[in-house]
Structure formats: C-alpha cells, structure tokens
Design a protein around this ligand. Structure first.
Ligand code: DAK
Length: 258
C-alpha cells in the first residue's frame, strides 16, 4: 500500500486518480512519494480499464516542490547516486494521458511534475513557480526547458531567476495551463476532460500523445515522419474500422482498444 499517495483506479469510467497525500508538508515530493507515483503509473499504464489518469494534490497545494528537508544535507555525489532521474524518466514515459488538477502551490519539482503531465486544469487559487533560485539552486527536473517551451524565454527567465510565482490567470495567459476554474470544480473539470479522452480509441490516443511529444524532442522532418508511421499504424486497428463505420452509420463509436 502506498504511504504518500491515494489511488482510485476508477474515479470515473476508464479514468484513474492519483492524489498526492502529504498535506502537512504541502505535498513536498520526497523520494518515497516519487517512487510511489512511478510504481502506480506503471500499473495503471498496464491496466486496460484505465485510459486516462488525473494527478492532483489538495486545495492548498498540488506540490510545493521537492522535499527540501530531505535534500538539504546532500552532496553532489549523494544526488548522483540516488539518481532520481530514473524515477522521473519513468513517470515521463507514461503512455496514457496524464492530466494535472492543480490547486494552490505548484512550485519547483511540483511545477516540473505538473509540466510532465499532458494537460493542466487549474483552480483560481493556483500559484506556479520555480523558486529554487531562492534556496541557492536551480530547477533540476526539466524546469528550465519545459517552462521555457511553455511560456517563452522572457517569462521563464523572470520566473527562474527571481523565483517569483505567477497566478492562475497569468499561467493561462502564458499557456502553462489549459483552463482555470473555481476551486470547487478543478478536480471534476480534470476528471471530465479525462473522461472525454477515455471515450476515444486508447491506441489512437497513445499514438497521438507520443507524436505530439515528439514536437519537443525531434527536428520537424523526423517528427513528421514519426507522425506518419503512427498514423498508418492506426489503420491496422479495429478501433479505426469501428470509428469510421460509426461515422458513416451515424452512431456513436464504441472503442475497444484493439
Ligand atoms: N520541502 C519540505 N517541506 C516543505 C516544502 C518543501 N518544498 N514546502 C513546504 N514545506 C513544509 C514547511 O516546512 C512547513 O512545515 P512545518 O514547518 O509546518 O513542519 C509546511 O510545509 C507548511 O509550509 P509553510 O509554513 O512554509 O506554509 P506557507 O503557507 O507559509 O508557505 C510556501 C507556503 C509554499 C510559499 C512555502 O512553504 C515555501 O516557500 N516552500 C518551499 C517552496 C520551494 O522552494 N520549492 C522548491 C524546492 S526545490 C530533481 C527533481 C526535483 C527537484 C530537484 C531535482 N531531480 C530529478 C534530480 C526539485 C527541487 C525543488 O523543488
């Protein structure tokens, strides 16, 4: 049983929910919590009854960053040996769509974890930041890269070099989040978004997710080639036959992930 997260494999049909659960520490990401997220995501990725996953904290905090108290005394060699990247890389490689439901603080590693997710629903109270500079370090789990790709150079520089937070409205304006909703709705809104995706062909969703992510990893020509292969591949699925037949027959498609 995980100690630092709560897992509901069916918060809605085909939608799983992982909730970070260290409320007193504002969901600070200690190593154990990250390992638990990694393990659960591997299980959910393999579970045919799950087609999309919502990741949330609580109303006060999505996550206020890596656990500073756990990290404070470490040397560079300790950090190297612990090799947290194995865990973070595994989370990043989740095949199913990950939707972050963010309320309160999403800071440092919390913001980086959020940016690994594919979409973000924020509550009006959400605050985002990369405040590592204020504790003598800098973002180490993708913050300088993913934030810059999301919000552009000057805003990323401002956030990373000053450590200042931005609010939900600003995050929306800069394209860091998909939607901002009142606090009482943020989790439902994320689950609803996940449910819309869960109605689609899970194979097509997986291929499409993979292809969009290549936009950040490959030069355009290679990425277009990658997209093309995935597109062709989908014509080998029953879901493609079902989807197109349903359109022609004017009925709702029922996708089986075959
Ligand atoms: N770590 C540990 N404890 C934390 C914490 C954190 N990041 N953030 C908050 N807490 C704890 C506080 O210590 C406090 O505990 P007690 O003192 O009550 O025992 C409790 O949560 C409530 O916090 P506050 O009393 O401070 O609450 P406030 O509302 O006054 O302030 C705050 C909220 C979020 C503004 C403040 O807590 C704060 O500034 N927190 C730290 C934010 C921060 O600097 N985050 C960045 C951390 S560095 C890597 C992967 C990831 C990372 C690095 C490498 N690899 C894969 C290699 C990530 C690094 C980081 O995130």
């Amino acid at each position: 049983m995980p100690e630092f997260i709560l897992v509901n494999p069916q918060i809605a049909p085909y939608v799983a929910h992982i909730q970070l659960n260290r409320p007193k520490e504002l969901n600070a990401l200690n190593l154990e919590l990250m390992l638990e997220i990694k393990e659960v995501l591997i299980q959910l990725d393999a579970d045919e009854n799950v087609r999309a996953i919502v990741l949330s904290g609580n109303e006060r905090a999505f996550a206020a960053g890596a656990d500073i108290k756990q990290m404070a005394g470490r040397t560079a060699v300790d950090m190297l040996k612990i090799d947290q990247f194995t865990t973070w890389d595994s989370i990043r490689k989740t095949k199913k769509p990950l939707i972050a439901a963010v309320s309160g603080f999403a800071l440092g590693g919390g913001c980086e974890l959020m940016m690994i997710c594919d979409m973000v629903i924020a509550s009006e109270t959400a605050q985002f930041g990369q405040p590592e500079i204020s504790i003598g370090v800098m973002p180490g789990a993708g913050g300088t890269q993913r934030l810059t790709r999301a919000v552009g150079k000057v805003k990323a520089m401002e956030m990373v070099l000053t450590g200042k937070f931005i609010n939900a409205e600003e995050a929306l304006k800069y394209g860091l989040v998909n939607k901002v909703v009142p606090i009482e709705h943020y989790l439902n809104e994320a689950v609803n978004l996940a449910s819309v995706i869960a109605e689609k062909s899970p194979i097509a969703v997986q291929m499409a997710k993979e292809s969009v992510l290549k936009a950040f990893e490959m030069p355009l020509q290679e990425a277009l080639f990658f997209e093309r292969k995935n597109f062709y591949m989908l014509f080998a699925t029953e879901d493609q036959k079902e989807g197109m037949a349903a359109f022609v027959e004017k009925r709702k498609a029922v996708f089986k992930g075959q």
